[in-house]
Design a protein around this ligand. Sequence first.
Ligand SMILES: Nc1ncnc2c1ncn2[C@@H]1O[C@H](COP(=O)(O)OP(=O)(O)O)[C@@H](O)[C@H]1O
Ligand SMILES: [Mg+2]
Length: 264
Amino acid sequence: MSDRVAPASFAVLTDGLTRYFGPQCAVDGVELRVEAGTFYGFLGPNGAGKSTTIKMLTGLLQPTSGMIRILGYDPAVPNEAIEIKRRIGVVPENLALYENLTAIEYLAFVGKIYLLDRQVMRQRIDELLELMQLANEQRKLARDFSHGMRKKLALSAALLPNPDLLFLDEPFEGVDALASSMIREVLNRFRARGGTVFLTSHILDIVERLCTHVGIIFAGKLVEQTSLAELRQGDSLEKRFLEKLGYQAEAGPRLSWLEGGLPE
Ligand SMILES: Nc1ncnc2c1ncn2[C@@H]1O[C@H](COP(=O)(O)OP(=O)(O)O)[C@@H](O)[C@H]1O
Ligand SMILES: [Mg+2]
């Protein structure tokens, strides 16, 4: 953790966070409380408002209304917004990579934006490429990377400036078991040295293995926010998650042609 200012007790704090797209309310009065040093999983079904929320938290999208504090800073104040950018790492939904750069070129570009010392930058890039097993792909352009490689490169770029807080939108989506275990290992180490992780996911067993705290968003509303242990109460996360969404398999709609006995 950086020693520039005393760490705020909440890494992420929002009140009444709301975003409309035209008449549609995608995020509806969300109150997030993410304590520094925790691993927070932001869960919800497709279209619930996870990406919209993370975009507002990372300055990629303006809220319609509501208050946001990131590491104690107010993103609506220009100087504080810069301080936030300095201290967070982001892996957005659409992995905004530079398609005509190689992995090394991309990471060096990010390092320069963050004004990293050349020596420090070189060492970190070497370690990241090695750890993420991208070292053999050094000459490939980002546009020729597979989906999993893109995720690993985006995560490497987010980690390079040594942030205090990481925002990851679906970091495990479409990633194979090897890369997934690598990413989990890196995130655990990041947290062990005092970092905070905020990730969105709909892959519940990964969340169950990684996260200390969870928030559940459904149709734009935060329906639960607690520690993982508190939510599970000894049950599986999936069971408790579906309960929170009010889902009952037996009561749901059916496909008529799958009903009744099997044909002779
Ligand atoms: N740029 C946009 N314009 C219009 N509607 C949007 C836009 N972005 C997201 N939405 C809508 O907002 C809702 C929440 O989307 P999103 O935050 O991407 O959900 P999630 O990440 O949980 O799957 C969805 O109904 C989606 O269609
Ligand atoms: Mg999303």
